[in-house]
Design a protein around this ligand. Structure first.
Ligand SMILES: [Ca+2]
Length: 352
């Protein structure tokens, strides 16, 4: 999808804007920079923003090669503030500590699925092991597989009443981790922020009251070259940040329970950066209860980005759970049974 009219900015290593412009009808933005010793060796950062969508890439300049910012796996959207509050206090009172937490649902991050995370008092969530580092930085986050709602040198050891990490589930499909912290470098500075992990792999950061200037690094990173990172000095009730997969393929069936002689209507809605993708080929593959191939069909998406196919069910087909796979991802299931059961809600799935 070509994005015209996006705001594009180029930053130097000290985060100063050195160029800004808009993408044209072909999604291109062009700029000329004066050659200096500095920009020959430095790494700059290009950001493109439109309608709250945010993509970024670190680049080396002085090249005739086009620099293409692809949203890769995730895009970040800045939304109105959606502070939630609440959660149960964990009693995690410490400076520079990280605790293991078992998730209520499997959570997929950069294509790997986790059942446990590590939550640090310094506003960092990690996956490979505990990480209590207090020295937040853009380069530090780039080097980590981590989620940083507000990585900074915080403490929860009890400077102010209520300093702690709180965890709850505002709804069954998400987990909220809320920090109420004090800056270790200035006890007059406090911050309140939340990270919400969704069962579909989306991530949201919310920000409550914060006093004083901070030096927070926020964003997501796979530790291997893909990251979306901001350096912020003010967190007080700023807009929520929502990270979602750039590409969505939502798949559903017309009901969840079928019997011999019926047909299963399977649909998939394909969107990219929130826009429907027309004329895309979607491959539907159904496996039977023994996981053997049962049905395969290619559909083409319409103007709404929706492709639909009908999967017939014949006399004698095995009862049990059938799984619908679209492209690479396992996506949805329906059951063939003689019992009646309520339909399952639609599910979101991701193409990776
Ligand atoms: Ca600390």
């Amino acid at each position: 999808m070509i994005v015209a009219g996006a705001s594009v900015k180029l930053y130097d290593e000290s985060n100063a804007t050195i160029w800004s412009g808009l993408t044209d009808a072909y999604g291109r933005a062009r700029f000329n920079l004066t050659y200096t010793d500095y920009n020959y060796t430095a790494t700059s950062r290009l950001e493109a923003i439109k309608g709250g969508y945010f993509a970024t890439k670190n680049v080396r300049l002085l090249s005739n090669t086009p620099i293409i910012i692809t949203p890769a796996m995730y895009v970040m959207r800045i939304l109105p503030n959606e502070w939630i509050d609440g959660g149960a206090p964990m009693g995690w009172h410490a400076d520079d500590q990280s605790w293991l937490y078992t998730l209520p649902f499997p959570f997929t991050y950069f294509g790997a699925t986790y059942t446990q995370i590590y939550i640090s008092s310094n506003g960092l969530i990690t996956f490979a092991g505990p990480d209590s580092s207090f020295g937040s930085s853009r380069s530090g986050l780039e080097a980590r597989l981590a989620i940083a709602p507000a990585w900074d040198d915080w403490t929860t050891h009890g400077v102010h009443a209520g300093d702690d990490i709180y965890i709850g589930q505002p709804s069954p499909n998400c987990l909220m981790i809320r920090w109420q912290v004090t800056a270790y470098y200035d006890y007059n500075t406090v911050a309140n922020f939340e990270a919400i992990l969704y069962a579909d792999g989306s991530i949201r950061f919310n920000y409550g009251y914060s006093s004083g200037l901070v030096s927070a690094t926020i964003g997501i990173s796979d530790g291997e070259g893909f990251s979306i990172i901001e350096d912020l000095d003010n967190l007080c009730f700023i807009g929520s940040r929502l990270f979602t997969y750039a590409t969505y393929l939502r798949v559903w069936t017309d009901k969840s329970l079928y019997t011999w002689g019926e047909a299963v209507n399977i649909s998939a809605a394909f969107t990219y950066l929130g826009e429907p993708v027309e004329n895309a080929t979607v491959l539907f593959q159904v496996t039977d209860p023994s996981n053997a191939a049962y049905f395969a069909f290619a559909g083409t998406t319409d103007t709404e980005g929706v492709a639909s196919v009908q999967c017939p069910i014949y006399q004698g087909d095995a009862f049990g759970n059938y799984t619908v796979h679209t492209s690479a991802a396992s996506t949805n299931s329906f059951a063939l049974s003689s019992r009646n059961r309520r339909c399952k809600p639609r599910r979101k799935v991701n193409i990776v």
